[in-house]
Design a protein around this ligand. Structure first.
Ligand SMILES: [Zn+2]
Length: 114
């Protein structure tokens, strides 16, 4: 099982060909879950060789990451989602706060990572 940190480290270390093969493999093998936002949240979008993938993570499923194939036109590779570094108790606190009162604006992640 990949955490998003180990997945992104592996993708960065791989060349584009290996990264694309890994993303294809993971997206084919991806198993969804019954959770919804905010437990299930976008971490980042990755575009390689014209193919687009979304890395999501589920706080309700032991923080496992899931790779989904997405249409290239909806990919936002320059707009990161929930930071990989927000894990454990801090991640649970953010999920609880978001459930309680969803944020309408950009989240100040530094506040949650502190
Ligand atoms: Zn889940």
């Amino acid at each position: 099982m990949h955490t998003c940190r180990s997945l992104i480290a592996e993708l960065s270390a791989a060349g584009p060909d290996r990264a694309l093969a890994l993303l294809r493999e993971l997206s084919r093998a991806a198993v969804g879950c019954a959770h919804a936002w905010p437990a299930l949240h976008r971490v980042c979008d990755v575009v390689v060789g014209g193919e687009a993938f979304r890395v999501v993570r589920c706080a309700g499923c032991a923080e496992r990451s899931i790779v989904e194939r997405i249409r290239p036109e909806v990919a936002r590779p320059d707009q990161p989602g929930v930071p990989c570094d927000l894990t454990g108790e801090r991640l649970r606190r953010w999920v609880a706060a978001e459930e309680e009162s969803p944020t309408k604006e950009d989240v100040d992640w530094d506040k949650w990572l502190a």
